[in-house]
Write a protein that binds this ligand. Structure first.
Ligand SMILES: C[S@@+](CC[C@H](N)C(=O)[O-])C[C@H]1O[C@@H](n2cnc3c(N)ncnc32)[C@H](O)[C@@H]1O
Length: 261
């Protein structure tokens, strides 16, 4: 299936490819059962190469951790709204299979959502929404009468600081919870050296510092470097544990949970 994706829109094919490789590996971290079949139906799947492909354990540990956090939250909220921002082609709604009281929204930019609509069957309780999460008017369509979980995986770093502020302002109404991964300031610079990022004409435009400036109350922070070390084995785990000893490396990428007050 041909896709016209530009810049950061294309990065969701990288994560999908990593999910597919992980699922086919001897020791899956995420074990996404849907990724390979979805990828097969995309005409122009990316070749990750060594440098991008090396991020597979980190990206799959991130997805697994967010699945676990979301599953825990859903277990405490029968009636709720979940906004899955920058969803790409991720199958989280199928992996978590939320109950009938949950209104799930998979949100991304128009071209990604067009593709998603073509590749996924409709699922009761799940709606796909095309929109720009940095546009303040985008947020008015969602009710804030119900407890709200907002998931943003691999998204915030592609937004500039003003975009991060718009997401925080739109997401965190009333009793909402925002779960998002962000990167340390030095990672935004290193990511700019990544050939695949340059070829896609994209890059990281904000960091944990930008999120901390605008988000109200941090209630949890988990190191995704640690999460990768504990979810892998052998040489990979050893290498990640050694990396974590380098100053500032443990918090290269973190999963943060914010609430309004
Ligand atoms: C790295 S991909 C992550 C996809 C998915 N969360 C995953 O982990 O597989 C980043 C996604 O964010 C989406 N995105 C970037 N900026 C956005 C915006 N302003 N509004 C909505 N989606 C956006 C991109 O289109 C892309 O699908």
């Amino acid at each position: 299936m041909t896709v016209e994706l530009r810049q950061e829109q294309r990065t969701m094919l990288w994560t999908l490819t990593m999910h597919a490789h992980d699922a086919a590996s001897a020791r899956p971290i995420l074990g996404d059962p849907y990724a390979a079949e979805l990828l097969d139906r995309v005409d122009d799947p990316p070749d990750l190469g060594l440098s991008l492909g090396g991020n597979t354990p980190l990206i799959c540990a991130r997805a697994k951790l967010i699945d676990d956090v979301a599953r825990g939250w859903l277990a405490r909220h029968d009636e709720a709204v979940v906004l899955h921002l920058g969803c790409g082609l991720d199958s989280r709604v199928l992996r978590l299979d939320p109950g009938p009281g949950v209104q799930w929204f998979d949100v991304d930019q128009e071209p990604v959502i067009d593709l998603r609509r073509r590749l996924y069957d409709e699922r009761e309780g799940a709606t796909v929404v095309a929109g720009d999460v940095t546009d303040p008017s985008f947020w008015s369509r969602f009710t804030d009468d119900l407890p709200r979980l907002v998931l943003a995986e691999g998204l915030l770093m592609y937004l500039d600081p003003a975009g991060v502020q718009s997401v925080v302002d739109g997401a965190l109404t009333g009793g909402a919870t925002l779960v998002a991964d962000t990167v340390a300031p030095w990672v935004t610079w290193v990511a700019g050296l990544q050939p695949a990022m340059r070829a896609a004409d994209t890059g990281f435009r904000s960091s944990t510092a930008d999120l901390a400036k605008v988000a109200p109350r941090l209630v949890d922070e988990l190191s995704l470097v640690d999460a990768t070390a504990t979810r892998t084995g052998g040489l990979t785990s050893t290498a990640v544990r050694l990396f974590a000893l380098v100053p500032h490396a443990r918090n290269a990428m973190v999963l943060q949970t914010y609430e309004r007050a």
